[in-house]
Ligand binder design. Structure first.
Ligand SMILES: *Cc1c(COP(=O)(O)O)cnc(C)c1O
Length: 351
């Protein structure tokens, strides 16, 4: 079952290289990337476009790296020129860290283009937190030359939390062989050696492996492209609906994992989240830190379907109508349906 899961994960990752499965939350995978790749004193470049970008910085610092940060205004994706500028200053960093999908703002960073800047430098690795990118956006691990890509069980795959996934390129293996940081549980060399034989170094979270097998079977039978197109459709429907309702999208380059929306003037987004939960049994998320009360986030990950999406939009209309005393019934739902039909006629297949 282990070998089968690894094989199917390679399909999800679009890689022929190694992927290891860790029994940990996604952050365990992020920590494994940092502790295995870097040595104390190494330079690391972090693209910080939100709360999860910040986490890369904290992790790198915890393992003694010298961190340079590209601080990106919240709601924006990094621009490729910003990365070029940062790379042209001083010696090349050992690794560049970023989020494919920054879940705190809903932004999608240009993973393919960033990777292209790094690919030809033999001693610099590209490290992507794709915990909400994998299974949502196209990610071509091998073709784009991504050295480490981290995923997790509880996002697009819709499993319970508890597994982290880490892909490792040949370039990354070379760097891992030279790095001197302390590591024990998250020792990627030892894990890969065991996992190539269908074993893990320590006791795996077996119950989640059963679920993982089912989820990956599902993705395979649907086909990766169809699955990504489904999530894209849900995201497009939501973006069209909130825009038609006169609300503003928070992210300038929104990804398909979730849609972050600015709360209307005078209405705390926490109140919107509460109404969704109490009146409709729908779980959406508030903003975090400085965005708390200002934005709300609607998820589209893998298992979210047409009915979830239409229902969420209808509930939003009712919540808005009540709190702003303006009747908006049907405006968002209509925009979502039109978007759905438009995308269906383009792709020519059912969801
Ligand atoms: C959810 C998430 C994480 C953290 O994963 P945990 O499983 O909670 O450790 C990291 N990065 C991104 C982009 C996420 O969305």
């Amino acid at each position: 079952m282990f070998l089968r899961a690894l094989e199917d994960l390679r399909y999800l990752y679009q890689t022929e290289g190694d992927v290891v499965i860790l029994t940990s939350s996604g952050t365990g995978g992020l920590e494994a990337a940092v502790s295995n790749l870097l040595s104390p004193g190494d330079r690391a470049l972090v693209i910080n476009a939100g709360k999860f970008g910040e986490r890369w910085t904290k992790l790198c610092q915890a393992f003694g790296a010298q961190v340079d940060e590209i601080l990106v205004e919240r709601g924006l994706a990094v621009e490729i020129g910003q990365v070029q500028d940062a790379l042209s200053k001083g010696p090349m960093p050992r690794a560049v860290f970023w989020q494919d999908s920054e879940s705190s703002t809903g932004v999608r960073n240009p993973t393919r283009k960033i990777a292209a800047l790094i690919k030809d430098f033999p001693d610099t690795c590209s490290v992507v937190d794709a915990i909400t990118g994998l299974g949502v956006h196209e990610i071509e691990t091998d073709q784009w030359g991504l050295d480490i890509v981290v995923g997790g069980s509880q996002k697009a795959l819709g499993l319970t939390p508890g597994l982290g996934f880490v892909s490792i390129s040949e370039k990354a293996w070379k760097q891992i062989g030279r790095s001197t940081n302390a590591r024990f549980y998250f020792d990627l060399q030892r894990e890969a050696k065991n996992q190539r034989q269908g074993q893990s170094a320590f006791t795996p979270g077996i119950s989640i492996f059963f679920a993982l097998r089912e989820a990956l079977e599902f993705v395979k039978s649907a086909g990766l492209e169809t699955w990504l197109a489904h999530t894209h459709t849900m995201a497009e429907m939501t973006r069209a609906a909130v825009t038609a309702l006169g609300l503003q999208l928070f992210a300038k380059s929104p990804g398909d994992a979730l849609t972050a929306v600015r709360a209307p003037e005078g209405l705390d987004s926490g109140e919107i989240v509460k109404r969704f939960r109490d009146d409709f049994g729908i779980a959406i998320a508030n903003g975090q830190d400085e965005l708390k009360g200002k934005i709300f986030r609607i998820g589209h990950l893998g298992y979210i379907d047409f009915i979830d999406t239409i229902g969420t939009i209808a509930a939003l209309e009712i919540i808005l109508s009540r709190s702003t005393a303006s009747l908006v019934s049907g405006i968002g739902v209509r925009a979502a349906e039109e978007t759905y039909s438009h995308l269906q006629s383009k792709s020519g297949e059912g969801q």
